[in-house]
Write a protein that binds this ligand. Structure first.
Ligand code: G3I
Length: 360
């Protein structure tokens, strides 16, 4: 969407939409968020699950505001690979069909993840060629099935160690060596010649050493000729994040010149007594205002990227109550409000901060 047409949308196209610096009445603000995606010059993504698709409010809010969908878990091994090694695509197909039926781009998440080691692979561990063959078959079958339906894949998820130093030891590295990631990218490209293939990880904003390790892996993959074609930073952060950290991370990650996916944004609002120097934000209003500033920083940094590097700006859930941070084992006291829309689907200050940033 051109700047002129975005400006028109804001002023002429619909008087209800927020002006760049207007503060409309609540009703107008509600209407103004009738279409975040209309203002975004890049795809706005959101995570969703099949269990949410029967909720009309969820579907309406998602379709009006977002242009891309990431299956929260249904395209992972845990949902697809059965204990006997057979494949069950029912859940993944349901989300792929939903995306197609609502003209949403579909982002594939995720083919290989240290955290998902289903029985069918554990059973083959140590078997040498049988394991290697099953690994290739899995990636070819899953990526092949959604060829032409996904706009990109997280091929390898969270390959860097928790402490940010070096690459994880995992089922895949133990059976295939450190080149398991390069192999995964090669098989994904074999299955889908066109989809951008991403390396995805978290805490790249708050752990510079992890960001360095991530970039080292990305550079190693590129040097080896692996078809890595995008980098993704999950951006699971909190209101206590140091201002400028997200901008610094996006600047560093963009230095490879590849498309960048801000892939799983949520901003926890829990007061973090345990975090040294954490702001003591007792009031919810203070915490939501801080959350809006964090979202604004992320949106500004992403919007400043060259267009060819703006793959998508994705929220890890729609309404606060849809968040993984409100479900066991992460729910805590159930008070977190990490997303753009509240439990009732109303836009929060963070949603308005995103809209204002997109409308600049
Ligand atoms: O709702 C189903 C239920 O119907 C089914 O019977 C049951 C069977 O196990 O599963 C339930 O689904 C659970 C789903 O969350 C919805 O609550 C899955 O078990 C559970 O594994 C799944 O957890 C997801 C987790 O990844 C593991 O896949 C979370 O939703 C999801 O938010 C989380 O997302 C990860 C990203 O993939 C990678 N980055 C970190 C992020 C947060 O951990």
């Amino acid at each position: 969407m051109s700047t002129q047409s975005r400006r028109h949308l804001l002023t002429g196209g619909s008087a209800l939409l927020l002006g760049a610096c207007s503060r409309p009445a609540p009703a107008q603000a509600e209407a103004a968020l009738a279409g975040l995606k209309q203002l975004a010059p890049f795809p706005l993504g959101v995570a969703a699950m099949t269990g949410q698709l029967g909720d009309p409010q969820f579907v309406d809010l998602l379709v009006r505001n977002f242009s891309q969908l990431t299956p929260e878990w249904e395209m992972k091994m845990e949902a697809i690979l059965k204990a006997d090694g057979d494949f069950d695509f029912a859940r993944a197909d349901a989300l792929a069909d939903f995306a197609a039926n609502h003209s949403l781009r579909l982002h594939g998440h995720t083919l290989i993840w240290y955290a998902e080691t289903p029985v069918a692979f554990e059973r083959l561990s140590g078997s040498g060629q049988a394991f290697a063959d099953a690994y290739r078959t899995y990636i070819l079958r899953v990526a092949g099935r959604y060829r032409g339906r996904v706009v990109g894949w997280d091929v390898v998820n969270e390959a860097i160690n928790e402490d940010g130093e070096g690459e994880r030891d995992c089922l895949w590295s133990r059976n295939l060596g450190p080149d398991y990631a390069a192999l995964a990218f090669g098989y994904a490209r074999e299955a889908d010649p066109d989809a951008p293939l991403f390396l995805n990880d978290y805490f790249l904003e708050t752990m510079p050493n992890k960001r360095r390790s991530f970039l080292r892996l990305a550079e190693r993959l590129l040097k080896s000729g692996a078809p890595l074609s995008g980098v993704a930073t999950q951006t699971h952060v909190s209101i206590h994040i140091k201002p400028g950290s997200i901008k610094a991370a996006i600047r560093d990650l963009a230095s490879l010149g590849l498309p960048l996916h801000l892939s799983e944004l949520d901003v926890s609002t829990r007061n973090a007594e345990a975090i040294a120097g954490a702001l003591d934000m007792a009031s919810l209003a203070d915490r939501l205002a801080h959350q809006a500033r964090v979202v604004e920083e992320a949106a500004e940094a992403f919007a400043a990227l060259p267009a060819h590097q703006q793959y998508a700006f994705t929220l890890w859930g729609l309404r606060d109550k849809d968040s993984w941070l409100r479900r066991p084992p992460n729910a805590g006291d159930g008070s977190d409000r990490p997303l753009l829309f509240d439990d009732a689907g109303r836009p929060k200050p963070a949603a308005r901060a995103l809209l204002d940033t997109l409308a600049r």
